[in-house]
Design a protein around this ligand. Structure first.
Ligand code: ZN
Length: 206
């Protein structure tokens, strides 16, 4: 792994200043045109991993995606944050697509796969990956033929499938479909090793 990069808060602020100036030099309405509100086509549910920011890996612009990210891109039925974000995206913003995007090399997936009772893990973190650990156990048959990285990659894909199922259970999603309105729910996986984004072909109502 690379040595940790050190950045100061001032460097962060300076970086914002130069980014802002660069955009304004190109288009003087670069910020004003977004001031009136948002109508993003996508709701993107991704992992918090610092290597998988949607705007970088898709090239999407500001205003294109409403975003929620958490460890291992999970859509828990008990998580108020993601459930509220889904309601807001689907009912208020009227997004056309909900995308669950997992990634290979996911630390959350790895933690869940290797979790055992003896391991010293923060209580809340253990709780967060517990359902993913259960998913791993549910699929122990198909996962048992795989080892190491291949096993984790498969578990990352299974996790996306499970979270797509959970998105589909949301009352706002069900209501949109009941009204006959188009709303696609999709599962993608991002490969950190080569920057490619893959369709898992598990879309609903696409
Ligand atoms: Zn991750």
């Amino acid at each position: 792994m690379n040595d940790r990069k050190h950045l100061t808060l001032q460097q962060l602020l300076d970086s914002n200043k130069s980014w802002r100036e660069r955009l304004l030099a190109d288009d003087e309405s670069a910020f004003a045109k977004f001031a009136d509100g948002q109508q993003p086509p996508f709701f993107w549910i991704g992992c918090s991993d610092s290597r998988v920011p949607i705007s970088h890996l898709t090239g999407l612009d500001r205003g294109d995606a409403f975003v929620q990210r958490n460890i291992a891109n999970q859509v828990k039925l008990s998580d108020t944050s993601i459930q509220a974000a889904l309601a807001f995206a689907v009912e208020v913003l009227g997004v056309e697509h909900v995308v669950v995007c997992g990634h290979y090399g996911c630390g959350g997936v790895q933690l869940a796969a290797e979790l055992d009772d003896a391991q010293q893990v923060d209580h809340k973190l253990r709780q967060w990956v517990a359902s993913l650990h259960s998913l791993c156990q549910q699929h122990s048959g198909s996962l048992s033929s795989l080892e190491g990285e291949a096993k984790l990659r498969k578990l990352s894909e299974l996790n996306v499938g499970k979270q797509v199922d959970n998105v589909c259970l949301h009352p706002a999603v069900q209501a949109r479909w009941a009204r006959g309105e188009s709303l696609g729910v999709h599962g993608l996986i991002y490969d950190i090793n080569d920057g490619s984004l893959h369709n898992l072909n598990i879309s609903r109502n696409a």
